[in-house]
Design a protein around this ligand. Structure first.
Ligand SMILES: NCCCC[C@H](N)C(=O)NCC(=O)O
Length: 477
């Protein structure tokens, strides 16, 4: 049996790290497109005559919240998780990447046409066709990128379980953050290079995503080979997914603590990033063209730190404590951002760097903790349910901030564009941080009660591994 295990492709270091690089690149492309409109908020709000689209803050909020529409209301993420557990990572990953491509194409089509300024009223709200079509495209894309996210988490568990799992998840997130960093930092420059075109960067994103699809196809070939090798070994045999699994997952307190921590923590980071360039312009007086540079340092900081903390968790444990420290930092950072007198760009720089640390701590410990709470055959569904809860925040919070900005925060107009005071939005983000901290403390308590092992290292010592193999051999006649 030991010989059989050694022959497995998953035992080859080169193979598993190559797999990680392939799927992480696909996610990089996805994250690039997810966040690329953030630094263009100012241009999107510029009147049509001035080269923009004439959107309001509310319009920008609506567009940004479209990301979660189908995931939340049509339960697409939950179906995605079920498809993942039934059909496997290869089919689901390919499906998700194709959905992303279709979504970006529709978004590009919407942004690059003005539909003669026509509008339509939906549920009492007026939508310009450009806004509506672009938002629909973004909503479809949101389904694809979220399903791709849970698929990649399951791929990492499949290839790295009992090995460098948290490090691998950290590295995958680091690649995703490169996508976010490029989106925030480079998109305004691309836009400028193409004569202030908003649609050109989207088209470039679309081409990048097609390369991401090719990368995923190479993974599919490797994964198929690995499964063929394993065909006659009993090691991977697992119970199939059953519909009742959903109920067993949602009846676990530990699951809810992770899901709530996820929605609260991420609601204070990703939606914040969508408004961060505008915060830099309005509070710290930074030139719009460079408004993405300081926020872009956040994801770039994550690139080194997320794998670092992931590796720490793998070797030393302390997962629940790491999440608590990250949540405390988040509260401090957003509270400092909300103080009007602190408006020097150096403070913005320092706080964003600190946020980079907080936003490395929590994800690097939270995602690898899920397999300690949920059995592997239910993991796809569990990640999907967590992402579903999280999507309420990713959808609702940008919408809320857009509304709050237009209703309570306008301080004047420059060139027909509103200027904003960001105190209230930053207080809202601080409240999410406080709630996240409370949930992180409850999760640590639950871990002590249930013994999930969140404070224990992920990497099993060779003696432990040998014990598991010996137990398997005894169990086998
Ligand atoms: N701006 C990208 C949003 C991705 C959300 C996704 N559900 C997620 O949480 N992924 C893990 C991560 O830390 O990026």
């Amino acid at each position: 049996m030991t010989q059989q295990i050694q022959r497995k492709l998953s035992e080859s270091k080169t193979a598993r790290w190559s797999v990680l690089a392939l799927v992480a690149f696909t996610m990089l492309c996805g994250y690039f497109i997810t966040d690329m409109m953030a630094p263009l908020q100012d241009l999107l709000q510029t009147p049509v005559g001035g080269g923009g689209l004439g959107w309001s803050g509310d319009d920008y909020g609506k567009f940004t919240s479209a990301y979660g529409w189908f995931n939340v209301f049509f339960l697409m993420l939950i179906f995605g998780g079920m498809i993942l557990d039934k059909m496997g990572v290869r089919f689901t990953g390919l499906m998700a990447t194709c959905i992303m491509i279709v979504g970006v194409f529709i978004k590009w089509f919407g942004i690059s046409h003005n539909f003669d300024g026509a509008t339509v009223t939906i549920l009492g709200t007026e939508w310009g066709y450009t806004l509506l079509v672009a938002s629909l495209g973004y909503a479809i894309f949101g389904v694809g990128v979220e399903i791709a996210g849970i698929t990649v988490s399951k791929i990492i568990v499949k290839w790295f379980k009992g090995k460098e799992m948290a490090l691998a998840m950290g590295l995958e997130m680091a690649c995703a953050r490169i996508g976010t960093g490029l989106a925030i930092g480079v998109t305004p420059l691309l836009c400028k290079a193409f004569n202030n075109s908003i649609s050109m960067p989207i088209l470039i994103g679309l081409i990048l995503l097609c390369i991401g699809l090719l990368s995923f196809i190479v993974f599919v070939v490797m994964d198929k080979r690995r499964d063929e090798e394993l065909e006659n070994t009993e090691e991977e045999a697992e119970e199939p997914f059953r519909f009742s699994d959903i109920f067993s997952i949602i009846s676990m307190k530990g699951f809810w603590y992770v899901a709530l921590l996820c929605v609260l923590f991420y609601s204070a980071v990703f939606p914040f990033l969508k408004y961060a360039p505008s915060l830099m312009i309005n509070k710290f007086g930074i030139d719009p063209e460079w408004s993405g540079v300081i926020p872009a340092l956040l994801p770039f900081g994550n690139i080194l730190l997320t794998p670092f903390f992931g590796n720490l968790y793998d070797r030393k444990g302390k997962g629940a404590t790491i999440m608590i420290v990250g949540a405390i930092m988040l509260v401090f950072i957003h509270f400092m951002f909300s103080i009007p007198a602190l408006n020097n760009w150096v403070i913005a720089l320092g706080l964003i760097l600190l946020l980079g640390i907080a936003f490395s701590l929590v994800p690097s410990a939270m995602w690898p903790s899920v397999p300690k709470i949920i059995p592997e055959n239910k993991l796809g569904t569990a990640y999907a349910l967590i992402f579903w809860v999280q999507n309420w925040g990713l959808m609702g919070v940008p919408y809320l901030i857009g509304k709050v900005l237009d209703k309570y925060c306008i301080t004047g107009y420059v060139n027909e564009k509103p200027t904003y005071d960001y105190t209230i939005p930053m207080m809202i983000f601080t409240c999410f941080g406080i709630l996240a901290l409370m949930i992180a403390l409850l999760l640590k308590r639950e871990d002590r009660i249930k013994g999930y092992g969140l404070e224990l290292p992920n990497i099993k010592k060779p003696e432990e591994e040998a014990k598991i193999i010996a137990e398997e051999m005894i169990a086998e006649p």
